[in-house]
Design a protein around this ligand. Structure first.
Ligand code: DGL
Length: 264
């Protein structure tokens, strides 16, 4: 059981920065990354659609890899379908949700921006996080699907001017919100966090959930006595949908230390 892999799962490449930190902390574990390219994007789907998609894809991955744990490395899938996944499958799950709590603690002007997909910004789960952890704060919800699409499809090919424009648009919306802290509430944005930080300047602090998620992953592994003693096999990077695997996914796989990218 302990030598089984941990599955990281997202609609695309967003979960990779989370997996990178998990690998650093848990070098004995084997990881399988699943990018649900066949159903990308998640952020414009309804909760009902997301539940069906996520259950189907995780079910397929679980059959093939028999994971000991699942990390839903996607805010949209977590807010919409984490409860459904937990009800349907045996392994424990760790979700990724917008880091509203640390943002509320950090904000001086008590105005927080949440940059996320259209589904996440309107989801009840975010309302509950705001109610429970951001009392007294104004939370401004900023949907940024264009920034997500840029990361998924254009990160390696876009000319500098295009990159600056897309990042500048998101930074402009954050600045216009008047927030002094912005939560990266879509995992894709982590790939351009440094550029976003530069575009925002020193008056807006960026918060993401990587630390919190990986700490939770370690807690769940230890709590369930599931930690691997030694590494057993290679990590894998898989995509849903039809062949061929586009060049950009090979580049992502290489950047994040995988031998290649395959179809699930
Ligand atoms: N990366 C996902 C998230 O964290 C969303 C991507 C999508 O909309 O497909 O919300």
């Amino acid at each position: 059981m302990k030598s089984r892999p941990i599955i990281f799962f997202d609609s695309g490449v967003g979960g990779l920065p989370y997996l990178a930190l998990a690998r650093e902390r848990l070098p004995a574990e084997r990881f399988v990354y699943v990018a649900d390219r066949g159903h990308y994007p998640y952020g414009e789907k309804t909760v009902t659609e997301l539940r069906a998609v996520v259950l189907e894809v995780f079910g397929r991955a679980a059959e093939r890899f028999s994971p000991k744990l699942g990390v839903v490395a996607c805010n949209t899938a977590s807010v919409a379908a984490l409860d459904a996944l937990r009800a349907a499958f045996d392994p424990p799950f760790v979700g990724v949700v917008p880091a509203v709590k640390p943002a509320a603690a950090f904000s001086k002007n008590k105005r927080i921006g949440v940059l996320a997909t259209p589904q996440t910004v309107k989801n009840d789960y975010l309302d509950a996080l705001v109610r429970d952890f951001a009392e007294g704060c104004e939370v401004v919800r900023i949907p940024a699907p264009r920034l997500r699409d840029f990361v998924e499809t254009r990160l390696f090919d876009a000319p500098a001017a295009e990159k600056d424009e897309v990042i500048g648009e998101a930074a402009g919306a954050v600045r216009a919100s008047g927030a002094d802290v912005v939560v990266l509430g879509c995992t894709h944005y982590l790939h351009v966090a440094a550029e976003l930080e530069a575009a925002l300047g020193p008056s807006v602090r960026i918060i993401d959930s990587r630390e919190g998620v990986v700490n939770q992953l370690v807690r769940v592994l230890d709590g369930s006595r599931l930690r691997a003693a030694k590494r057993d096999g290679e990590d894998g990077f898989f995509l849903t949908g039809e062949a061929p695997v586009e060049e950009r996914y090979r580049r992502f796989a290489e950047r994040f230390g995988f031998a290649g990218a395959e179809i699930l």
